[in-house]
Design a protein around this ligand. Structure first.
Ligand SMILES: Nc1ncnc2c1ncn2[C@@H]1O[C@H](COP(=O)(O)OP(=O)(O)O)[C@@H](O)[C@H]1O
Ligand SMILES: NC(=O)OP(=O)(O)O
Length: 311
């Protein structure tokens, strides 16, 4: 097997908008992953969970309202549920695609806990959008009940929760062992189950970690060659959505910092991806991030499209 290691971070469009759509979307995602596996790459797959964890939390909140005396389900429990059902759909779809192509490659899903600092300022500033898009009126009703909402990159309003930086991936050794044994490993879903560690005891905390941030940490800790962030745009742009929009094929860390200072990347969408790419590029020599569409992943890795962020 070729020795190149990649971490693939799957965005919302790789998973669809609901449980039914997810089954269809992961079949296409599995084809893309199988194409890359056929090139002999070692692959770790991470994925988002913003819409899904919001849906689970809403369903659970509804249940606690109708069942008297039932305690509210903690957010890290909902993150764990999202890892489970998204992971198993992805795992089964990839396994089936390998089977269809006669490929002998194992696939595993590892539920993963990710340590954060209890002093992270993000706990005072909820900024991670979860759940469905809301109207302004719905957002105002939530705010009146103490549920924080924010405008999400011009696309409507969403509930926001704290999103601290990932510090330590607790299952790192298990992930490495399986990857070295040739498994495609699905892990750190939804950014990982957020926990704090105190005297050896892990306790879930009320947060959703950004999947691009945890993917960057994971990529640097497994010494990956490439972090591949698959999202809804083929390339990163400057002046995005404006008349003078310009698509970028390459972005040095120096240029990325300048563009961040100019406010070129929207908070809560493209900015965390660029910041994650910057941290990965600066964590070791030759580490590159590719940002592109799901369907363009193989072309992007071959240098034909996408935006590559490098030192
Ligand atoms: N400068 C930019 N270049 C390209 N896309 C941008 C830019 N700023 C904001 N975006 C938006 O960021 C989106 C990707 O973020 P998001 O939808 O949060 O990703 P995910 O695929 O992880 O769910 C793109 O679809 C695009 O609408
Ligand atoms: N946890 C996370 O970053 O999810 P999204 O990518 O769906 O926002």
């Amino acid at each position: 097997m070729e020795n190149r290691k990649i971490v693939i971070a799957l965005g919302g469009n790789a998973l669809g908008n609901d449980i039914e759509e997810q089954k269809e979307a992961v079949a296409r995602t599995a084809e893309v992953i199988a194409d890359l596996a056929q090139q002999g790459l070692s692959i770790i797959v991470t994925h988002g969970n913003g819409p899904q964890v919001g849906m689970i939390q809403t369903a659970m909140d509804h249940l606690t309202l109708v069942q008297e005396g039932m305690k509210q389900v903690p957010l890290p429990t909902s993150v764990a549920m999202s890892q489970g059902y998204i992971g198993i759909d992805l795992q089964n779809a990839i396994k089936y695609e390998f089977h269809r192509r006669g490929m002998d490659r194992k696939v595993s899903t590892i539920l993963s806990q990710v340590e954060v600092s209890k002093d992270d300022e993000a706990f005072q500033n909820p900024a991670k959008p979860i759940g469905r898009f809301l109207t302004k009126e719905e957002a105002e009703k939530n705010e009146a009940k103490g549920i924080r909402c924010m405008e999400d990159a011009g696309r409507g309003y969403r509930i926001v929760v704290p999103s601290p930086m990932p510090v330590r991936i607790r299952e790192l050794e298990t992930i490495k062992t399986l990857m070295n044994a040739g498994h495609v490993v699905i892990t750190c879903g939804g950014g990982g189950i957020p926990v704090v560690s105190e005297e050896g005891k892990l306790t879930g905390v009320n947060a959703v970690i950004d999947k691009d941030n945890v993917s960057s940490l994971l990529a640097s800790q497994i010494d990956a060659d490439y972090l591949v962030i698959l999202t809804a745009v083929e390339k990163v742009a400057v002046n995005f959505g404006k008349e003078n929009q310009e698509w970028l094929s390459e972005l040095s860390t120096k240029e990325a910092r300048e563009y961040i200072a100019q406010g070129q990347f929207a908070k809560g969408s493209m900015l965390p991806k660029i910041e994650a790419a910057l941290r990965f590029a600066e964590s070791g020599e030759g580490r590159k991030t590719l940002i592109t569409l799901l369907d363009k992943a193989a072309d992007g890795i071959a240098g034909k499209t996408g935006t590559v962020i490098h030192a």
